[in-house]
Design a binder for this molecule. Sequence first.
Ligand code: HEM
Ligand code: HEM
Length: 180
Amino acid sequence: MLKNSADRFGLISRLLHWGIAGLVVVMLSLGLRLSDMEPGLANLWLYGLHKSLGILTLSLMLARILWHLYTPPPRPMGGGRQAIMARTAHLAIYALLLAIPLSGWIGSAATGLDVVIFDRWTLPAIAPISPLWEETAFTLHDALTKVLIALLFLHMGAALKREMDGDGTLRRMVLGRARD
Ligand code: HEM
Ligand code: HEM
């Protein structure tokens, strides 16, 4: 079962969820390492890795949105206020995982250096060369990652709590269905 249905997450959505989740954890750790450094020749590769994996995350998020327009995922279980909160949190995570890599790309382009990913592809310069754009975009990049971290703690806590309450929420994201 590759596609989603009203009560199950298909394989593609589950692979996208866990693949992007893994990437996001790596990206947050890499980013926090970079924020303690001064850019130089010795650590240029780390910046390159962060930018490459960040653009990969952005591409996978776009693929995820297209996939979910084609085959919508099941609604959060339970209904009522809890389901509305879950849905709101999911939408906010989607928005952040677009805005964070975009602000990183804009800030990097604004420095005037080429943004090269995977040592191979030069991305279009999507911002004018400008210290103001650079400063604003990276301030946003930093602030939004803090919001993302807080939301992800909430997200994981809620998933674990609901699984312990026994409604099968976590099982559904791992195995597809809440119960056999
Ligand atoms: C999901 C994707 C991404 C995440 C989660 C992420 C996360 C982070 C974090 C947590 C920081 C440290 C912020 C701070 O404390 O100052 C950071 C810094 C940085 N990010 Fe990202 N990032 C992502 C994508 C990107 C992309 C796509 C680019 C560029 C193409 C990029 C370029 C940078 C740069 C250059 C820095 C260092 C900024 C500085 O020196 O102040 N990031 N990122
Ligand atoms: C760390 C990065 C993570 C991100 C960015 C993330 C993002 C998301 C998003 C956007 C959804 C909405 C469903 C969709 O559109 O695919 C979702 C659902 C879900 N996530 Fe995560 N997630 C992460 C980590 C985790 C972890 C570690 C767990 C387990 C503890 C988890 C458990 C779940 C579950 C159970 C659902 C399904 C909720 C439902 O049925 O309504 N997620 N996640």
